[in-house]
Design a protein around this ligand. Sequence first.
Ligand code: C2E
Ligand code: CA
Ligand code: CA
Ligand code: CA
Length: 275
Amino acid sequence: KEQGRNSFYFFSAEMNESTRERLNIERQLRQDLERQQGFYLVFQPKVDLQNNRVVGMEALVRWRNEELGEVLPTRFIPIAESSGLIVPLGQWILQAACSQLKQWQESTGAQFKVAVNLSGRQLTQPDLLPVVASVLQDTGLEGESLELELTESMLMETVEKTVVLLSQLKQLGISLAIDDFGTGYSSLSYLKRFPIDTLKIDRSFVRDLEADRDDEAIIEAIIAMAGSLKMQVVAEGVETELQFDFLRSRGADLYQGFLFSEPVPASEFARRFLA
Ligand code: C2E
Ligand code: CA
Ligand code: CA
Ligand code: CA
């Protein structure tokens, strides 16, 4: 920290510019969070590879700011994480996703699950468990209808504590998925210690399927591994029929991707997938 302070003065003009931009995004994020404005969710269907039925959806946050316009999550999520603002934002996302699904369940009887992304900062908050429990309580959503997506690196940070926390979340009926699977460093022996239900094969392996034989082998290995650990496999970023055919023939369970649908606003999701 002290080092960082002094070295600030050695930054190039360009660095200064990007530091200023980050600070501005952080300030706008903070303001919009306080005013509870600008944030909304989009939903991407999760689809059964065998029968092409929608079985659930992933909630993804979007942000439209008065000054900055529409800001991409890949831009503002890292800033929300480093500033700690992801904690209140994450809580808003969880609440909004659960309450949207509850509303859909009541109006259409849909038995979907909603998946919500958790960031590392949220997982290390001491009150994560009571927060999640009270969101379920407030919205009336069953824990069985909620899935949380975590990344490998989040699990590896404090293994013992994390195992306990994840078991407590599972006791609420919630299911757990590892997002971007294959990009981290988890070994088999580590993986089986966590009560994980689902592996989501990272988009990068799916994307390069056509061009790279190694990625075929990696995907086959992940599917085989998930099978022996009794986990479900979701493929993300499926854009082509060829990718779809490959994943289906190899026995992956679900897929998400532009081939079926982009993430869409709630009203469009209801119209297209809940009718
Ligand atoms: P992620 O969790 O891996 O989310 C999947 C990303 O892939 C989404 O980008 C989605 O729009 C995109 N995607 C889905 N299908 C396809 C496809 O067929 N092709 C391609 N090229 N992309 C596809 P998005 O919404 O921009 O989110 C990017 C990342 O930002 C997410 O990656 C996640 O790490 C983070 N993020 C987004 N929403 C949230 C949130 O609500 N909470 C947290 N903590 N992080 C979020
Ligand atoms: Ca995700
Ligand atoms: Ca992912
Ligand atoms: Ca990804």
